[in-house]
Ligand binder design. Structure first.
Ligand code: ES4
Ligand code: ZN
Length: 326
């Protein structure tokens, strides 16, 4: 109880959240109505009932369908503002937000509409609450290298609005090295680099994300514990893992929250962080993820402080700002 209050109230950073995954069913219906889109669901409740996932792909199918209601700059603004209000309520002081431009440009929505609406909300959150927020452009790994390069080209006129690139979508069969040349180019451009790896995919994908893509953090990475050599390396090099507990349960990476391996990760000396991934789909925002862990596992106050410190230590912010948070 006291521990739940502590984790809720402590200042934190969120480093793994897909903005399209913050689209609540109520907002999906409101935007569908505003845009004259007919949804294949009768009601909010009917849509929510469809959120019964068995693995990553069954989630992604629904997630991409939900994103189809986003059409105007204002839609992207409204979605992002709704997330930022929730993050602020959870005492998030800094957030690094993933967005999937290809999900929208493939439907004929222009890149400037997407990034313009999202970015305008970030500016307003900074003004309103001093909440610091940055964008990370994710390439969809089920698409081709050529499509990723084309997206990077479209993004470059907006280079000032994002700080890095990531890799998301269907992991199995789409290893990091498929995007080795794209990431090499992004590295030359001075972008920060992250990738989803070791969520559903094997520890091998964590190695190739590190050694072929040169990523600075691993998104998820929870399967690293299957490889003791990799575990020791992640701890030694203090490569942060952006762990998403409720996501892992909903997508059946672990059967139950009691089976989550965050305590083993921390005890191995790994710089794990707690994040919400797709909060509208997985049952909660970042504080819900912390509370679920602290109510189910023998985690202590020290673990709470360590997780919060890790979140700021792993953030892509200047050293002066970081020192102030730590
Ligand atoms: C995602 Cl949980 C997860 N994994 C991979 N790609 C994603 N995109 C949105 N959520
Ligand atoms: Zn993710």
């Amino acid at each position: 109880e006291a521990l739940s209050d502590l984790v809720r109230s402590m200042p934190k950073a969120e480093l793994h959240m897909h903005i399209e995954g913050s689209l609540e069913p109520e907002l999906i219906f409101a935007l569908a109505e505003r845009n004259g889109v007919t949804l294949p669901y009768a009601s909010v409740e009917d849509l929510r009932r469809a959120y019964a996932f068995t693995d990553l792909q069954s989630f992604l199918d629904i997630y991409y369908a939900g994103a189809s209601v986003l059409q105007t700059e204002r839609d992207f603004y409204d979605m992002t503002w709704a997330y930022l209000e929730r993050a602020h309520a959870d005492n998030v002081l800094h957030t690094e937000i993933f967005f999937d431009p290809q999900t929208h440009t493939e439907r004929g929505i222009g890149f400037p509409i997407v990034i313009g609406g999202i970015h305008r909300a970030l500016t307003d959150a900074q003004k309103e609450w001093g909440l610091s927020a940055s964008l990370i452009l994710c390439f969809l790994r089920h698409l081709s290298e050529a499509e990723a390069f084309a997206t990077l080209e479209e993004a470059m006129p907006h280079r000032d609005k994002f700080i890095g690139v990531g890799l998301d979508s269907s992991e199995r069969g789409n290893p990091p090295e498929k995007f080795e040349r794209v990431f090499a180019r992004c590295r030359e451009l001075g972008l920060h680099l992250v990738a989803h790896a070791g969520e559903e995919g094997p520890p091998e994908y964590i190695y190739t994300a590190l050694d072929k893509l040169h990523v600075e953090r691993i998104d998820h990475g929870v399967r690293c514990l299957e490889d003791p050599v990799l575990t020791a390396r992640l701890a030694r090099e203090q490569v942060a893992l952006t762990v998403c507990p409720l996501s892992n349960i909903k997508l059946r990476v672990f059967d139950r929250i009691h089976d989550h391996n965050i305590l083993e990760l921390l005890d191995a000396g790994i710089a794990a962080t707690v994040n919400s991934d797709d909060p509208a789909y997985f049952g909660g925002y970042v504080n819900d993820n912390y509370v679920a862990l602290f109510e189910s596992l023998p985690l202590t106050r020290d673990h709470a402080y360590r997780l919060a410190r890790n979140s700021f230590a792993a953030a892509f912010i200047d050293e002066e700002a970081k020192a102030a948070y730590l």
